[in-house]
Design a protein around this ligand. Structure first.
Ligand code: ZN
Length: 271
């Protein structure tokens, strides 16, 4: 056994510590019965399996059943120059690696923010030691350091038509990916929960903490929305299977303005 997985958030750790720092942070939670650690072997024995499904042409969702940790959906984007594995899940096995490899060579593994680190180093190792990019601003959350990890900040041209952007907000390094060829060439944003795709499919949210409901200021939300202004996109995918199927650019702008207006008190008469 070479590493440990936090049973609550499914982020890999080189060593067991008293409590997972990601879970102990005000944005997450430690379960009432305390810190629990697990391993890939234990999860496999418990019946965990990985599912890969097409979301749209050249975009695949990768999930585990049951959901490891907080149960995110990874996204695999295919390009002619290699693929991107985004928000890697906290579980893998031989079948999962084979299914991902069958879709083409992975060129990079990237999480939108530390809650989505999953077993990112393990994915890299099993996919040939490809780079794992971690935002410089969030590098202190890395619990399994490894030479495959490279830090970045600002904007990174990853692959043809695939750009990594750092709007921040939820975490200082919170990132999104712009994929120009997505949505039939109208453009896609893979938002993680830097921008959260709401269940109504026509609005998004921006929070410091989603489970503990800690808000961001109107100014920060405006900055996050503005950071995407230079990109054309029509669709947005969140990290838990939610999406804004159409008009996502307008939805992000409208939702940021609505957030700022509520935070400012414009609608206090409705409360
Ligand atoms: Zn944790």
């Amino acid at each position: 056994m070479s590493f440990w997985i936090c049973a609550t958030c499914a982020v890999e750790h080189a060593e067991q510590v008293e409590v997972c720092a990601i879970c102990a942070d005000e944005r997450q939670w430690v379960p009432a019965d305390g810190q629990q650690w697990t391993t890939l072997e234990e999860l496999a024995a418990a019946g965990y399996r990985v599912k890969v499904k097409e979301v749209e042409p050249d975009l695949y969702g990768v999930t585990s059943e049951p959901g490891a940790g907080i149960g995110q959906q990874s996204m695999l984007v295919r390009t002619s120059e290699g693929n991107l594995l985004w928000d890697p899940i906290g579980y893998l096995d031989d079948d999962a690696v084979q299914a991902v490899r069958e879709l083409g060579d992975v060129a990079a593994v990237i999480a939108s923010h530390p809650h989505m680190f999953g077993v990112q180093v393990e994915w890299s190792r099993r996919l040939g030691g490809v780079p794992v990019y971690v935002s410089e601003a969030d590098a202190s959350w890395i619990a399994r350091p490894d030479p495959v990890i490279q830090t970045w900040s600002g904007t990174l041209d990853l692959l043809p038509g695939v750009t990594l952007i750092q709007p921040g907000g939820h975490f200082p390094g919170s990132a999104v990916v712009h994929w120009a060829a997505g949505a039939d060439g109208k453009g896609v944003i893979l938002a993680g929960d830097t921008i959260f795709a709401n269940p109504d499919r026509t609005s998004v949210s921006f929070m410091r903490s989603y489970p503990n409901r800690i808000p961001l200021s109107g100014a920060v939300v405006d900055r996050v929305a503005k950071s995407l202004d230079v990109f054309e996109y029509d669709r947005l995918y969140g990290n838990f299977g939610g999406s804004i199927p159409v008009d996502a650019r307008q939805v992000v702008r409208f939702s940021a303005d609505r957030h700022a207006a509520w935070a400012r008190g414009d609608y206090d008469h409705l409360t």
